[in-house]
Design a protein around this ligand. Structure first.
Ligand SMILES: [Zn+2]
Length: 238
């Protein structure tokens, strides 16, 4: 992560262990800038700062908005109050518009997992339903509220151990309970080639524009995703 990336992350993230703001410090020993918790420099792991909408999606509106907000806002989302409803309207891979029956089956599928399609918990990808990262966070918050997930770029040693190419982006997601790191990690990688790959339909465009412009964020997201899937094995195939 370069200095600009860390500066940007300071505004979007907080400490995963205590929720404090992040600061950039000079690490003289390793001769580099380091992003760390303002309250305790030994704290490890970052977490996205939640907007009210994100907090609602992840089941944490009570903490971020006000006590009781989660239930109220979920009801409004279910009634389809437009600003709150995040029900998928297209297949995110193909762009195919979902007709009413397709939306209804997605809503029912979400409900069968204890999730809410209107909160953006599920999506359709190449015609198959998937739980989104927010859906996984919602379940984690419901079943394992004592756990927090933190992410960070892989260390030099880890990059060596996992045999990551120098130019690739690699992140680690870890879980914490009461300030203690628990075993088990998620790994997220974006290779340089992947970010630079051009669209087969339009060689003037990148195949995955989001991966190209935000490779760090994408690697971070993949790490969170993998760890959440390990923690909440839904075993959903269809
Ligand atoms: Zn902290």
């Amino acid at each position: 992560m370069d200095y600009g990336d860390m500066k940007a992350m300071q505004t979007t993230h907080v400490c995963a262990m205590c929720g404090s703001e992040l600061v950039l410090i000079w690490d003289g020993e390793n001769n580099l800038h380091r992003l760390c918790c303002a309250a305790d420099h030994t704290h490890n792991g970052f977490q996205q700062r939640l907007s009210p909408q994100k907090a609602l999606q992840r089941g944490q509106a009570d903490e971020v908005v006000r006590p009781g907000a989660q239930k109220d806002l979920e009801e409004m989302a279910k009634r389809g109050v437009t600003a709150l409803s995040l029900i998928p309207k297209t297949d995110i891979a193909t762009g195919r518009i979902l007709d009413d029956p397709a939306q209804v089956s997605l809503i029912l599928w979400a409900e069968s997992l204890g999730l809410t399609a209107h909160l953006g918990h599920v999506c359709l990808y190449h015609g198959k339903p998937y739980v989104t990262i927010d859906g996984y966070y919602y379940l984690l918050n419901e079943f394992r509220p004592e756990l927090t997930i933190g992410t960070r770029p892989m260390s030099k040693e880890e990059r060596k151990a996992y045999q990551i190419d120098l130019e690739d982006y690699a992140w680690i997601a870890e879980r914490f309970r009461e300030g203690l790191k628990l075993p088990g990690v998620g790994i997220g990688i974006v290779t340089k080639d992947e970010g630079e790959a051009k669209s087969s339909r339009d060689p003037g465009q990148f195949r995955a524009p989001v991966v190209h412009s935000h490779p760090q964020r994408m690697a971070e997201k993949r790490a969170e995703w993998q760890l959440l899937r390990k923690l909440i094995p839904l075993e959903v195939k269809e």
